[in-house]
Design a protein around this ligand. Structure first.
Ligand code: FEO
Length: 397
């Protein structure tokens, strides 16, 4: 199935309805995903990106319905990650001499992936490639989100091919932003930003400003995952500018795991304390044993502050808590507060360990952690409520 985008531009990708885990187990795709290569059939024919490796043969068969493969003049590799370049080895067996346009780091990445000496042509920001009456303009976008990442822009049709940027893992038969459920769409967009782009936020802002400074008319953004932004494409750019600017909502998120419920009782009563204040701050309570980790990260992204709880086990913390803290550390959140809590039986190191990791991850620790021995008793429950209330006050005043 190919989909006309505008004039001689076609989506020639794959809707992967079944995908539930991406990057190994690193990213959950509750709604599947799409891989979005595009074919431009002007005087010259250019293919932008391809699909993930397992769909190589299907992609090539589909592409052959749109054009004689030997007539493809140029291949543009905006990004070497195998969800966008995975079909190149099969395709290049058929058209081995076709020039591949990519960034300098793109050559390194593609060679590193496939160990082939294809006909690479390095491009940098401002370079152009004529397709006849229209041309492609290249814009390097290093670390958005890999060193090799690149955008390109098709003149006269005013289309930005943004690769991963502005994408979402969202399978839909409709493929255009104005045709899908808006709530589903933006939930997937913010999850994608929170889990993938957060550490690169300063670069996101800089790159968007740079692209806007070119004053190029923009009718469509063709991303490499999810829907094509043809209706008010600036709306997703505006969202990215907001999300990149230390985004937060009026929310505290409590994330915890528990063994025999003591830490859960602490978490729930801390939440009562947070709600019991005049600041009207929202609280969300997420049990790590039962909540998808990428959904947790999305809630962390939205929060002013997080509170992290674990009982002590083997002088340490539960592995689910250690795992989410590792993700949080890597994502380099800014301008957020944190606190730790947890129950224990005898040694009780968990609160100290969590507090240390939160500090190392850049969180502002406003309150000492709260630890409790064995099951909380009524007096301890009151302490949890008071602790939640105090914490909420500390971040809202
Ligand atoms: Fe969609 Fe960076 O790959």
């Amino acid at each position: 199935m190919n989909i006309p985008v505008k004039n001689n531009v076609y989506w020639v990708g794959k809707i992967d309805w079944d995908l539930r885990k991406f990057h190994g187990n690193e990213y959950s795709t509750h709604k599947g995903t799409t891989y979005n290569p595009y074919l431009i059939k002007e005087e010259k024919i250019a293919l932008i990106d391809s699909v993930w490796t397992p769909f190589s043969k299907e992609f090539i068969a589909n592409l052959a319905q749109e054009t004689d493969l030997t007539q493809i003049d140029y291949i543009i590799a905006n990004h070497a990650e195998c969800d966008h370049s995975g079909a190149l080895p099969e395709l290049m067996k058929i058209i081995p001499d076709t020039p591949i346009y990519c960034s300098k780091n793109g050559v390194k990445s593609l060679k590193g992936h496939y160990h082939q000496d294809w006909n690479f042509n390095v491009v940098k920001t401002g370079d152009t490639l004529s397709l006849g009456e229209k041309e492609l303009v290249f814009v390097e976008a290093p670390m958005l989100h890999w060193p090799d990442s690149m955008f390109c822009y098709l003149t006269k049709d005013n289309i930005l091919f943004s690769n991963d940027a502005f994408g979402q893992h969202y399978a839909s038969e409709y493929m255009f932003n104005d045709l899908v459920d808006q709530s589903e769409l933006f939930n997937e967009c913010i999850k994608y930003y929170a889990n993938i782009l957060t550490p690169f936020s300063s670069l996101v802002t800089k790159k968007i400003k740079e692209v806007l400074s070119f004053n190029l008319p923009l009718d469509i953004i063709c991303t490499s995952h999810g829907v094509i932004w043809r209706n008010k494409p600036a709306q997703i750019i505006e969202k990215y500018m907001k999300w990149a600017d230390n985004y937060q909502e009026n929310q505290i998120t409590i994330i915890y795991d528990t063994m025999w419920n003591s830490t859960r009782i602490m978490a729930e009563n801390i939440a009562i304390g947070i709600q019991d204040n005049d600041n009207k701050i929202n609280v969300k309570l997420l049990n790590l044993a039962k909540t998808d980790k990428n959904d947790v990260i999305t809630e962390v992204f939205k929060s002013k502050a997080i509170m992290v709880g674990s009982p002590t086990i083997n002088n340490g913390i539960l592995v689910s808590v250690a795992g989410i803290l590792e993700m949080i550390k890597g994502l380099k959140f800014k301008n957020k507060s944190g606190a730790a809590f947890g129950s224990y039986g005898w040694s009780g190191e968990s609160v100290k360990i969590i507090t240390k990791i939160l500090k190392e991850s850049g969180f502002d620790i406003k309150e000492d952690g709260l630890k409790m021995m064995w099951n909380p008793e009524p007096e301890s429950i009151e302490k949890c409520i008071a602790y939640g209330k105090q914490f909420a006050l500390s971040i809202t005043h």
